[in-house]
Design a protein around this ligand. Structure first.
Ligand code: MSP
Length: 515
């Protein structure tokens, strides 16, 4: 089942506010992985969207004096505008208020309700609720100050008659699942967290609310509204065509990787597979829970003015640098801190002085010595270790990308950039070119350098699609960049002598230091 389509997802975000760079971090990562898999010739299905139900949204709407539907209708475009500017190539965008999603939530609820194991039952719940998380906590979970461990805000005591999902019954099945497929939760540190959580025993969780009405009604008891997390997780099924399109669902499900940050690990690594098992469906193949982005070491929030909107950075650095910076600077999987200074530093070192300088040097020398036309590599052996370096880096890149080790994949690419810039310094084609007798040597050095650029274009495309497209144009290689296929196209020697290059605009112009 689901072998045909590479199905990847972001979390669906709460549109109670506009996105910040933390939300964009996940979405950019997924876009990079999606573009890579497309470049490998795979059929990719990339789903994102907005999580529009629940108490948090209802309260945000009330605070603005709006009804929840008009509120989310007005907020949701603020998310899409960011994805558009970031070049996010999602294949489908789900809003949980859509009728197609209601169908799926109802079908899923009913299927679990009817599964003959009494997995959904009516009970009374008393607990401490954090509206920002839309989750209950026990006294033990709370911070030293007695607040929500994620938001450090007061929790509310709630008592309700709710329907429950019998999560406790899934403890052993879940443990067996993680044991058989240790790759289902990544990185490994997160798997260990999940294992200790599940081994410690699981409590049933309530899947309905009667205290408010912004959500779908339970099909068998319409006084109850479906709990926002049950509703939200089901979006992954809606996107794949569950219930509406069985043929597409069979090709697409299970999801290959759900990407989230570590904040919603428990929902994705414990609740979600148990819910799917209860519905007789296969759990997703992998959850990748990356780290948390901070600003100068602080958690992002509106109150301390650290909730940076992506446009604030895009206006200065541009989209390619934006995408590259976050993916390269913060080891994917670990926590990391954003600062303007580190972004400016990376821009200069890796992009302007690194890849940009390499491209402009090579294209300028080709223009000057060969009228822009790629020459035959007439003198043998002058390419030195470049083909071997590239081959090894491409292999490392592919291995890392296959495992969504994004930062390591980019590091492999920039090893090529550094090696080639050094190669040029060693060979000094600009000095050799002064003597017409060295024409063959210069031709070979420039051929090798241009061939590296061609391969770099392919490898940088998932992270920096705009810059890669521009470099591809400047190189004059025939055909569309997106129609190239990795690994074949990344093999040494693909650049045809006679190709007409042009020295265009700098890929990464120097920036003013100010903001
Ligand atoms: N609506 C739920 C998710 C339901 S998925 C079925 C939700 N929404 S959220 O708007 O709060 O988004 C949380 C997600 O946004 C995180 O898991 C992560 O992907 C991203 N991030 C939000 N802040 C982040 C950081 N500071 N750092 C990294 N990622 C962050 O939870």
């Amino acid at each position: 089942m689901g072998e045909e389509v590479f199905y990847i997802t972001t979390p669906i975000y709460y549109p109670n506010d506009v996105p910040h760079i933390g939300h964009a971090y996940t979405t950019v990562a997924v876009d990079l992985v999606a573009r890579y898999h497309r470049l490998c010739g795979e059929e990719v299905f990339f789903l994102t969207g907005t999580d529009e139900h629940g108490q948090k949204l209802q309260r945000a709407a009330e605070a603005e004096g709006k009804d929840p539907q008009s509120f989310v209708d007005a907020m949701e475009p603020r998310w899409r505008e960011v994805w558009e500017r970031l070049g996010i190539t999602y294949d489908d965008y789900i809003r949980t208020t859509q009728p197609r999603h209601e169908e799926v939530v109802r079908a899923l609820l009913q299927r679990v309700y009817d599964n003959g194991q009494n997995d959904i039952y009516l009970g009374t719940f008393e607990g401490l609720y954090c509206v920002a998380c839309e989750a209950y906590y026990t006294e033990d979970d709370l911070s030293a100050a007695g607040n929500c461990p994620i938001h450090d805000r007061p929790v509310e005591a709630m008592a309700q008659q709710n329907y429950f999902f019998r999560l406790s019954a899934y403890r052993d099945r879940l443990l067996e699942h993680y044991e058989k497929h240790p790759e289902v939760v990544r990185p490994e540190t997160r798997l260990n967290e999940v294992l200790s959580l599940v081994r410690g025993g699981l409590q049933d969780f309530s899947i309905s609310r009667t205290s408010f009405d912004w959500g779908f009604r339970l099909p068998w008891d319409p006084k109850h509204v479906c709990y926002v997390w049950f509703d939200a997780l089901a979006n992954y099924l809606t996107g794949a065509g569950y219930s509406a399109d069985p043929e597409r669902f069979a090709r697409t499900w299970p999801a290959d990787i759900h990407f989230t940050a570590k904040d919603i690990l428990r929902f994705h690594a414990v609740y979600w597979p148990a819910m799917l098992m209860a519905a007789g469906l296969e759990p997703a193949r992998c959850l990748f829970a990356h780290g948390f982005l901070t600003v100068g070491g602080d958690k992002m929030s509106k109150t301390n003015a650290t909730g940076i909107h992506p446009f604030q950075l895009l206006d200065h650095f541009g989209v390619d640098a934006y995408r590259y910076y976050f993916m390269r600077e913060i080891q994917f999987g670990a926590d990391g801190s954003f600062s303007w200074e580190s972004m400016a530093r990376r821009y200069k070192a890796d992009l302007s002085d690194g890849l940009g300088n390499l491209a402009s040097r090579v294209l300028a020398m080709l223009a000057k010595s060969f009228g822009g036309v790629v020459p035959e590599p007439a003198a043998a052996g002058l390419e030195g270790d470049l083909p071997g370096t590239v081959e090894a880096a491409v292999a490392r890149y592919q291995e890392c990308m296959a495992g969504a080790e994004i930062t390591d994949a980019l590091t492999a690419v920039w090893d090529i950039v550094a090696r080639t810039n050094k190669y040029l310094v060693e060979k000094e084609p600009w000095a050799l070119a002064k003597d017409p007798g060295n024409r063959d040597e210069v031709a070979s050095i420039l051929y090798a350098s241009a061939e590296v650029l061609r391969i770099l274009t392919l490898l940088t495309y998932p992270a920096m699609p705009g810059a890669a497209e521009r470099l591809w144009e400047q190189l004059g290689v025939p055909g569309c960049l997106t129609e190239q296929r990795i690994p074949e196209a990344a093999c040494w020697g693909g650049l045809a002598p006679g190709t007409a290059t042009t020295k265009g605009e700098a890929l990464f112009p120097r920036l003013d230091e100010g903001r």
